[in-house]
Structures are given as structure tokens and as C-alpha cells.
Ligand binder design. Sequence first.
Ligand code: F6P
Length: 361
Amino acid sequence: MRGDNKRIGVLTGGGDCPGLNAAIRAVAKTAMLNYSMEVVGIKDGFIGLIENKYSILNYEDVSGILTEGGTFLGASNKANPFKYADLSGKTKDVSSVVLNNARILRLDSLVCIGGDGTLTVAYKLYKKGLKIVGVPKTIDNDLMATDATIGFDSAVVTATEAIDKLHTTAQSHHRVMVLEVMGRYAGWLALCAGVAGGGDIIIIPEIPYDIKKVCQIVKERHKRGKRFSIVVISEGARPRGGKMVVKKIVKDSAEPVRLGGIGNKIASDIESITGLETRVTVLGHLQRGGVPTPFDRILATRLGTFGCDLAAKGEFGKMASLKGRDIVAVSLKEAVRRNRQVNPRDPIIKAAMAVGTSFGV
Ligand code: F6P
């Protein structure tokens, strides 16, 4: 470690997820125990560096938080310093304020625990001179250059439990049950929970669906005596030749588009075409809550520890990443190049199709 590398900042940006506290703990404990660094907890993502909201963390602050959901530092997915909104809603570039405040705070490094939006901002700030290291988290699992992100496994468990519960009521009432899950433009969450929960039809953004095919499958199941069907659909899904359903635009967010509503659309189409009673459940932010799974706790501990090591070594502009069983350093530039979507030839899809699961085409 360089002699002057004594003060490390840590922040959590973007949408929260289970495992963030575990990651903060990993960064902070590694910094304190292995490098004798002082740790500054930046509040509410980049807002903390714009509005000077932070606190010096001691060991007790990061002890006993491994299993807790959320982030005790707070997070914001509206904290884009390159497009920061004032009270009137007007946006402006306050990135130089961030750099200046980091200088005043005497931060020798900053670990940004975030997804695509946060790490894109982090990369831009790195290019402007901030000494940044990234740690990947998002329930969407859509970051390039890592095999997994913190929070995804926990969200899959929540969505799978929802499918399990929908199964029983679907059976009792002989209904079609549609479950809309999050994931933005990537279908990882719908795919993995759909396969784990035995969804009959899984619809993801990467494979636009054919409503006729969806209805045909539902009717065939009905004829075969399976008088219920479970449809798991990503919020970013769309019909062939159709559009994604946008719920709202959050102008000052690093990722302004908020998706949602496709579950209602497909449910009403299924009901009107097949005549079968159909209900829809939008799982929403439940997917971002709760305790992290053991997988996420381990991943957060490994990625956070490694992220702190990178900062201590002065290896900035990099992100800690899971590759196979190893944690390695990748460039932030590569990590935010584009979203990692599901390849329609993914082995999980192949296996699902082999057991009769439909992807709506
Ligand atoms: O990126 C995480 C995520 O939960 C997405 O899956 C979802 O589209 C979005 O954030 C929801 O954002 P918000 O919390 O602003 O509603």
C-alpha cells in the first residue's frame, strides 16, 4: 500500500438490494483490519459527495450488519452528478463539486458499490480524476464483465417463492397466474426464478413473445387436464412487433426509464383470447428487500474485500468481478460498456425447453 493511501470512502448507489451491508462491511473491515485505513461512509450514493453527507465509520458501525437487507449508508438512483436536479427540477452538471468535496474530505480512494447507472457515473468521475474502484451489485444481474452481481441470488429466491405460492392458488382456482418481475432490459431474474419455480411460460426481453403462441400453450395445458398455468414475465418484455411498457421517466436518474405494466397487458390479452380466468401479480420492490442469501453474503464479502485491496494497491478505474470461481479485476470501462442480456441460446434456456417450458414463441 502507498504510504499516503490512508482514507477510503465507500458508497452504495442506485437501487438497493440484499447484500449491500455485507459489501460495505467487507470493504470497511478489510480497510481497518488489513490496511489501518480510516473509512468514510458516504450517505445516499453520490448525493453524499454533492451535499457533503458522510460519517467516519468505526468498527462497531460495520459489525453485526452482514445479514441485514438494504444499506445503512442509504442509496439513491436519482444521484447523477452529471445531471443533478435542483429543487425546481432543473438539472445541471455538479461533477466538479463531487471532485472538490472528495478533495476536502481527503479521500485517497472511493469504493462505489453499484450497478450499471452508478458505475457509469463512477467511470466518468474516474476519468475526471477521482480514484475509484467498483463493486458490482444489482438484482438485474445485467453488468458486463462479471458472472454475478450482489443481490441477484436473493432476488431470485424471492421471485421463486412467489411462483411457489402462486402455484397453489392457481391450482385451486384453475386460473392463469401471471407474475411480473423486475430486471430492466435483461431477463435473468425471470429466467432463473421461472426455471427454479417451474413456470410454464417464461417471457424475457431478449425473446419478444407471440401472444397467439402463449394462448395456445395455455389452452393445450387446459385440454390436457392441467387447468392452470404460470406465466413469469420480465418487466422489460414486449410482444413481437410491439413495445416495452414504460411506467414513468425519472429525469434526473442515471437510468431514467422505469418499466412496468407488461404483466397486466399480457394477462388481459390471455383472458380475452382464451376465455380463461387470469390474474396478475406484480412483485415489485419485494425483490429488493429481505436478508441476503448465503451466496450473496459470500459474494459481497469476496467482492468487497477485493475492492478494498484494489484501492489499497492504487489500482483505480477497476471493478472487482466474479469470473468462474475467482474474483478478478476488470476495467470499469469494460463493465459499463453495455448491458449483459440473456443470450437466447443460454444453457439455462436450453434446459428449460428440454423440460417443456415455453418462452412464448
Ligand atoms: O435496477 C434495479 C431495479 O430494481 C430494476 O429491476 C427496476 O426496473 C428498477 O430498479 C426500479 O427502480 P425504482 O426503485 O426507481 O422504482
